[in-house]
Design a protein around this ligand. Structure first.
Ligand code: 5GP
Length: 225
């Protein structure tokens, strides 16, 4: 079994990708889990760096062989985490970072309960819509689909141990970094510290964010499950 597993989920436009990049650059000994996907590469993406790009047939064959720790369908494409990443992380003496969707997070938490699950949320539906429009990557229909999916993701906040609300990217990055450092110290049996770091992480604990998450849920017209 690998060291620790950190799951990071969040709607597109939540800032999740930048936050994961920051985490990998600032905290030592983290291994990014490169998933398999049936979607094609986007400009700038490299085989084996962002994803392993496979055909639907290849994906189905891997699934049938039981290769996946978890897998899910997102917007008509399949995505999966290969079990091998656990072995790779253990051999390298590193902790794993999984950027996966809510269904994947639920599967991993079921199979490996000590995994730490972090949900990144935008401050509101309006702000998410504004960000998706501003990045100019999606058609209006795509933006609607992403917002609809984001609603489901916000509704699934109960799956997560921590909820980080990204109002300010550098603060959200620092908070996720604090969570990882504090959780690592706990696993190592150390007393977590310094106090500011612990306070930053504790402020994102699911129980501490209930009222803020309810306010976000209201903007999405959703109810927490
Ligand atoms: P994108 O196609 O934009 O890179 O990713 C779409 C969604 O798929 C994101 O929410 C991302 O977290 C999720 N995703 C990427 N890899 C995996 C995976 O291996 N398993 C699951 N369940 N979701 C994944």
């Amino acid at each position: 079994m690998a060291g620790q597993i950190f799951i990071v989920s969040g709607p597109s436009g939540s800032g999740k990708t930048s936050i994961v990049e920051h985490l990998l650059a600032s905290v030592p000994d983290l291994l990014f889990s490169v998933s398999y996907t049936t979607r094609g590469p986007r400009p700038g993406e490299q085989e084996g760096r962002e994803y392993f790009f496979v055909s639907r047939e290849e994906f189905e064959a891997m699934k049938a062989r039981g290769d996946f720790l978890e897998h899910a369908q997102v917007f008509n494409h399949y995505y999966g985490t290969h079990r091998r990443v656990l072995v790779d992380a253990e051999r390298a003496g590193k902790d794993l970072v999984l950027d996966i969707d809510v269904k994947g997070a639920q599967q991993v938490k079921r199979k490996l309960p000590p995994a730490v699950a972090i949900l990144i949320l935008p401050p509101s539906w309006q702000e998410l819509e504004r960000r998706l429009r501003a990045r100019g990557l999606d058609s209006p229909e795509d933006i609607q689909r992403r917002l609809e999916r984001a609603r489901q993701e916000v509704e699934s906040c109960a799956t997560y141990d921590y909820v980080v609300i990204n109002r300010d990217l550098s603060k959200a990055c620092a908070q996720v970094e604090a969570i990882v450092r504090v959780e690592r110290q706990r696993l190592a049996g150390e007393t977590p510290g310094p106090a500011e770091l612990v306070a930053q992480a504790e402020a994102a604990r699911k129980d501490a964010t209930v009222s803020q998450v309810s306010a976000i849920l209201e903007t999405f017209g959703a109810r927490a499950k």
